[in-house]
Design a protein around this ligand. Structure first.
Ligand SMILES: Cc1ncc(COP(=O)(O)O)c(C=O)c1O
Length: 486
């Protein structure tokens, strides 16, 4: 990886004397703005950097070059699915008929946009085995919140208010228990068995008449598909609970298996993971939520409906949970989702999921001899390895290996997650990586494993090619200092 030059703040690049040749001097009389605006007229000029165009362009280009993205190199961040988003999606979202509509426009002036949402809903129903969708949630975690509110509305309407607990497996993504707690539920954890899957005995013990539902992602965060899924959802239903599918991991099962057929009652989709839209990161992405017919009436309003003479928005939903976001959701992201689904079609989406699994399995087979594999089972779209051997023998931990990958030009995988695996590295190559890139990543993992033996200090001091090596990540996020580096 090349040595990154520090970028000064743009405020230090300006000059008071600089005059832009693009902004011509006023050739009309200057109005008396002070008289017009009175007290709100500023007494001093704002401290806006006074730079020429090329300086501004270089400044922002240099800054963007410091950002690692999937368009720069392989980004195997497990559970976060950094796959390539085809540019044709962007072209579709930028079509003036989509990009320039206003959410307050009357329905008869936005028929094309409403038709797109309606068609997208039909396609997502087919993809997941659900009966209806809301597009309001702005990200996966926001979708979880909406889904668990659906489950709550269902029990509340039945007067079954003693159900105050949501079950989550110990391999669950952190947003699952957080969501359940936000809705006001207690969280009951269920242990995984020795294969990394839900322990059915532990589940049976956890179930009772206080359980409102189960949140589960399948394949789970170890990248393993739980073949007992029919049994699991049946057990929850028999106990009176509902089943929520965390669709963040739908990408390896698209057009192969459907959450609705596995017995789930509602689902959220991270369209940035499966359907190639920009990553939500808490929004503004999209986390559509689908549900079976009996939960439809509780969905956020409005929903798009098809009538004899076109499409309209239905607000007449007395049992709706209300709104979880303004208007209909992140419309531009949904246009990208629709474009991607149309472009791939059924066969294409099937290939996407097959590719995600094939790439992960190939990479896992190539590196598993060099790192400990806590669950040696065929993985789906991602797998978890650990640096347990390297830690024991050379005092090198997962963070060191992740940082060393940066020197090789790769984004590190997800580290220290899932929590049930000590020193975890969760690797998700995605289907959009080529064999050449997969081989290069595998070789980097292998070379680093060898360096751990031959030159452990090199790995412990990584990265060696970045302006900052090991920031305090918590402080960097919570106590930002937005000034020049000395
Ligand atoms: C399994 C799982 N569930 C939920 C989420 C939350 O999704 P989002 O980041 O879009 O809020 C993620 C995100 O990585 C995830 O991996």
């Amino acid at each position: 990886m090349t040595m990154l030059k520090e970028t000064p703040l743009i405020f230090t690049l300006g000059s008071k004397s600089f005059k832009s040749s693009y902004i011509r001097p006023l050739d009309v009389e200057m109005p008396d703005l002070a008289a017009y605006y009175g007290d709100s007229y500023r007494a001093e000029m704002p401290d806006i950097p006074n730079v020429d165009e090329i300086t501004a362009v270089r400044h922002f280009t240099n800054m963007s070059n410091k950002n690692f993205s999937v368009e720069v190199g392989t980004y195997p961040l497990g559970s976060c699915t950094m796959k390539y988003n085809p540019k044709v999606n962007e072209d579709m979202a930028a079509l003036p008929g989509f990009a320039n509509v206003h959410p307050y426009q009357p329905c008869d002036t936005v028929q094309g946009s409403l038709e797109l949402l309606y068609e997208l809903e039909m396609q997502l129903n087919d993809l997941t085995g659900m009966d209806a969708y809301t597009f309001q949630p702005a990200a996966g975690a926001h979708g979880e919140l909406t889904g668990i509110l659906l489950i709550k509305a269902y029990h509340d309407e039945r007067g079954d208010t003693k159900r105050d607990t949501i079950i989550v497996p110990d391999a669950a993504h952190g947003t699952n228990p957080a969501t359940a707690a936000m809705v006001g539920y207690k969280v009951r954890e269920v242990k995984s068995n020795e294969h990394g899957l839900v322990d059915l005995d532990a589940l049976a013990e956890a179930l009772g008449d206080d359980v409102a539902g189960l949140m589960l992602t399948n394949p789970n965060t170890l990248g393993l598909f739980d073949c007992n899924i029919d049994k699991i959802t049946e057990m929850v239903h028999d106990a009176g609970g509902l089943c929520y599918y965390d669709g963040a991991n739908l990408n390896p099962i698209m057009m192969q298996a459907r959450p609705g057929d596995m017995g789930f009652d509602c689902v959220h989709l991270n369209v940035h993971k499966s359907l190639s839209t920009p990553h939500g990161g808490g929004g503004p992405g999209a986390g559509p939520v689908g549900c079976k017919d009996f939960l439809k009436k509780y969905l956020p309003r409005p929903v798009v409906v098809k009538e004899d003479d076109g499409f309209t928005l239905d607000y007449d939903m007395p049992e709706s949970m209300g709104k979880v976001r303004s208007f209909i959701g992140s419309f531009g992201v949904l246009v990208r989702t629709y474009a991607y689904m149309l472009r791939n079609g059924v066969e294409g989406l099937k290939e996407v999921s097959e590719g995600a699994v094939a790439n992960a399995r190939y990479l896992m087979e190539r590196v598993k001899e060099y790192y400990e594999l806590p669950y040696d089972e065929p993985c789906m779209h991602e797998f978890v390895i650990t640096s347990a051997w390297q830690k024991e023998k050379y005092g090198i931990d997962t963070n060191d290996i992740a940082k060393r990958l940066i020197d090789y030009g790769f984004h590190p995988p997800t580290v220290y997650f899932p929590l049930i695996v000590h020193e975890a590295m969760m690797v998700e190559p995605t289907e959009t990586e080529t064999w050449r890139d997969l081989d290069a990543l595998a070789q980097a993992f292998i070379d680093i494993a060898k360096e751990c033996e031959t030159d452990p200090e090199l790995v412990k001091g990584a990265p060696h090619g970045t302006p900052i090596a090991r920031p305090d990540e918590t402080r960097a996020a919570k106590d930002q200092i937005l000034t020049c580096l000395d």
